[in-house]
Ligand binder design. Structure first.
Ligand SMILES: Nc1nc2c(c(=O)[nH]1)N[C@@H](CN(C=O)c1ccc(C(=O)N[C@@H](CCC(=O)O)C(=O)O)cc1)CN2
Length: 283
């Protein structure tokens, strides 16, 4: 038997259609949502992601403001770009594409973003609201993972979830999100220092693989019928390769493909955050 697909392409298209209606309503009230991006350097992956974000904005009716800085941009120049977007009334929400080139202080840059314009939910204040359980913009990939599961009716409440990866954009916030009362999952956060990863994964109803290690999750580690989400992005011989081995499809109940799973959801939830931020200005 082969697993059912957690289809990020179809789900993100449905979310974008819903957002178009909300954006039209905002525009009727005179509020035009505008997404800003700050991209530093020439990494082809990051450039592709930022191009995609602007393409998505054009598709749904969000204005976009793009700041591209060279690889050589100093910490001060990056911070200046952030301050400019903080002050720009046309920019209702924005992101700084990560990772920044080596040697730049990412946390300092994230901390300078106006929390009320933080479309990525990565400002320390918004991460703090997540810890405290108060509504605030959510990091886009964890938010997208929860939506992908919900919209495919994968049970979350009561589920044993194993997250593999403790990064700030996925693993850490996902644990917080899934253990909220509204989700009610039990989460084990594994990482490269975990002793006997397979023993943890084998117990999981939902596995989220965000380690960036190609094929780290194999069929023998997966409980039959489990949902397995592949978030890892590695490039092997120029091709995007995820963390989930192909044979997992034979054992799992659901699998998110990569590409075509969590990636498109990350893009859709960024748009959702921009729209929610713009709506909150009306309230
Ligand atoms: N400031 C941020 N930086 C980064 C984030 C983030 O959420 N905020 N996440 C990732 C990159 N990312 C968005 O920025 C992202 C990654 C992947 C995709 C995507 O749609 N991927 C495609 C496949 C792409 C390919 O073929 O190369 C897919 O999964 O279908 C979108 C956005 C790190 N940085």
């Amino acid at each position: 038997m082969t697993a059912q697909k957690l289809d990020g392409n179809a789900t993100s298209a449905a979310i974008k259609d819903e957002l178009k209606v909300r954006i039209a309503a905002l525009r009727e009230k005179g509020v035009v949502p505008g997404l800003g991006t700050v991209l530093v350097g020439d990494d082809p992956g990051s450039r592709w992601y930022v191009n995609g974000k602007h393409k998505d904005c054009a598709e749904v009716g969000i204005n976009s403001i793009r700041v591209d800085l060279p690889e050589t941009a100093s910490q001060e120049e990056i911070e200046e770009a952030v301050r400019t977007l903080n002050e720009d009334p046309a920019c209702t929400g924005y992101i700084v594409q990560l990772p920044l080139p080596r040697g730049r202080d990412e946390n300092r840059v994230l901390g300078l973003i106006d929390p009320s314009k933080d479309a990525d939910g990565l400002h320390p204040t918004n991460l703090g609201w997540l810890v405290l359980g108060t509504e605030a913009p959510l990091p886009c990939t964890p938010y997208g993972i929860v939506e992908l599961l919900r919209r495919h009716d994968v049970p979350i409440a009561g589920a044993e979830v194993v997250v593999v990866g403790r990064g700030v954009t996925v693993g850490r916030p996902l644990g917080l999100l899934l253990t909220r009362r509204s989700e009610n999952a039990t989460v084990t956060l594994c990482h490269t220092g975990t002793v006997d990863l397979a023993a943890h994964v084998r117990k999981a109803d939902i596995v989220v693989a965000a380690a960036g290690v190609p094929g780290i999750i194999t069929a023998d580690m997966v409980k039959p019928g489990a949902a397995v989400l592949d978030v890892g992005v590695s490039r092997v011989e120029g091709k995007v390769t995820g963390d989930v081995a192909a044979d997992v499809w034979d054992v799992a109940g659901w699998v998110s493909p990569n590409p075509g799973g969590v990636g498109p959801m990350t893009r859709a939830m960024l748009l959702a955050n921009v729209v929610s931020i713009a709506e909150s200005k009306l309230a």
